[in-house]
Design a protein around this ligand. Sequence first.
Ligand code: ADP
Length: 166
Amino acid sequence: MRHPLIGLYPGTFDPITKGHLDIIYRATKVVDRLVIAVAGNPGKGPLFTADERVEMVRDDVADLPNPNGAEIEVCAFDCLLMDFAAQVKARVIIRGLRAVSDFEYEFQMALMNRSLDSRMETVFLTPKEEYSYLSSRLVKEVFFLGGDLAGLVPARVLASLAAKKP
Ligand code: ADP
């Protein structure tokens, strides 16, 4: 019997959007176990703390359909991604690919990760068209300028954003 395939989906998730959730749903159809890894304190200076982001991801993932019954775990990490992948025994990295703008960065990351661990594969999944322009950065900009984000982020995330309003 082959070993269960463990996938690692890393990101900042500041905050989680329906685009991320769509990728998570698709990933559960491909791997046996999915570890969603929330980057603790990336250079970008996140709006939400790592604990807040992990909690938001956990809450929303609990509501997702999971037709294959994949195991899902959400945790924060602060080390080199390939070291974290080794810790959780992940064999594939899952990333979402939106428009061409994601391509160059994602391509570099995938090659860098493979040069750090030659056994690692990166699998790119594409979201539903309606989420293909959606990013956490844009969500924060639109929210703080008073725009309507209904349908683009989970309701709980809207409430968490409101709590951060100056
Ligand atoms: P990062 O800080 O690594 O860019 P993000 O949390 O913004 O982290 O994104 C994590 C992953 O999810 C990346 O692969 C990103 O391309 C992907 N992603 C983010 N938003 C979407 C979306 N709307 N559709 C598809 N993939 C997405």
